[in-house]
Design a protein around this ligand. Structure first.
Ligand SMILES: Cc1cc2nc3c(=O)[nH]c(=O)nc-3n(C[C@H](O)[C@H](O)[C@H](O)COP(=O)(O)O)c2cc1C
Length: 318
């Protein structure tokens, strides 16, 4: 009887609405979409967003003198807010670096009219970090390097038979560092990772995920990737946490693979309360939403992996 009710179209509709509403409610609570008060995490995201807009303007083939006046003003305002509260030194340094690169371009091109002199005075007070601006870009990989990269990506497979020993922390940290080079919306990098190696915590985390049965006893290392929802600013960015976190997770499994560490993504398409239970188990601050669990470790002797044949992707050439 219970199953019959569950299978009804109307029941599924109501459940889908409730589940979507739970995400919406979480997003609205932790992102800056509705908040108008100072919040350090929102402020960091705003600094990174505005700094990025100016920095990318400096990377265009044609740069319009004095571009981005409004963005500059918003960046400076937010940097001042953060500085007054004693927060976000790293984002502040990025903002200061971008503004000095912006001024440098204007100096180099002799475009020093308008409000540039006033900006010079203001930015001098920020100190220059060298953490913003542009760098030369001209990849020149050899065919061998391309082939090595392709092989590493194409040979990665999900491992479901691990040696249980811990992966050294420095290797996990290096893979995470590489993953931070993933693209993210406005370079906001709104992600975080839990490294779980304590056996009791590994067990507790795996118990909240439904795709590890049959190989859970071999898993000694779990990474949990979180979307930092506090880094998102508007209602139209509601799904961006999953996009950015997904890109990060993919880079992470490839970076682990490059260290000869096997991994298996474990879905967190669980009920909202289970994800919240996981967040509590990992003692996360509110606003960090776990989006992906990754079992990892060295492959057991004789380990085999599913072939996982790829299908031809749908490609539309316009
Ligand atoms: C978001 C996501 C969730 C996944 N969840 C699970 C899971 O719960 N259990 C599991 O054994 N594999 C899981 N996988 C691994 C996929 O089954 C695997 O990536 C896919 O079959 C392709 O195989 P490959 O990773 O070996 O290339 C997941 C993968 C992704 C990207």
């Amino acid at each position: 009887m219970k199953q019959v009710v569950r299978d009804l179209w109307v029941t599924r509709l109501v459940l889908a609405i409730i589940r979507a509403a739970k995400w919406l409610s979480y997003y609205l609570r932790h992102s800056a979409a509705l908040s108008r008060r100072y919040d350090p995490t929102h402020s960091q995201a705003k600094i990174m967003k505005q700094a990025h807009t100016i920095e990318k303007g400096l990377s265009f083939g044609r740069i319009r003198p004095h571009f981005g006046a409004e963005k500059r003003a918003r960046l400076i305002e937010e940097m001042q807010n953060s500085r007054a509260a004693g927060d976000n030194a790293a984002a502040f340094a990025v903002g200061a670096g971008v503004l000095s690169a912006y001024l440098g371009w204007h100096r180099d091109t002799g475009e020093t009219g308008g409000d540039i002199a006033a900006l010079e005075t203001l930015v001098a007070g920020f100190g220059s970090s060298g953490f913003g601006g542009t760098v030369p870009y001209r990849p020149n990989y050899t065919p061998e390097q391309t082939a090595a990269y392709n092989a590493m990506v194409m040979e990665r497979r999900s491992v479901r038979n691990f040696r249980p020993d811990p992966v050294p922390l420095e290797i996990l940290r290096d893979a995470i560092r590489v993953a931070t080079y993933s693209p993210s919306v406005c370079n906001r990098q709104s992600w975080a990772v839990s490294i779980v190696q304590n056996p009791a915590k590994v067990k507790a985390a795996l118990a909240l995920q439904n795709g590890n049965r049959g190989f859970d006893d071999t898993i000694g290392n779990v990474l949990v990737v979180h979307a930092d929802v506090r880094g998102f600013l508007d209602e139209y960015e509601m799904f961006e946490p999953f996009v950015d976190g997904g890109l990060f997770s993919n880079a992470l499994v490839n970076a682990l693979n490059a260290h000869n560490v096997g991994s298996c993504c474990l879905n967190l398409c669980s009920s909202h309360h289970k994800v919240m239970e996981l967040a509590a188990t990992l003692e996360l601050p509110p606003g960090l939403f776990p989006i992906m669990m990754i079992a990892c470790g060295y492959a057991a002797d004789g380990c085999r992996v599913a072939m996982s044949k790829r299908l031809e992707p749908l490609i539309f050439v316009n």
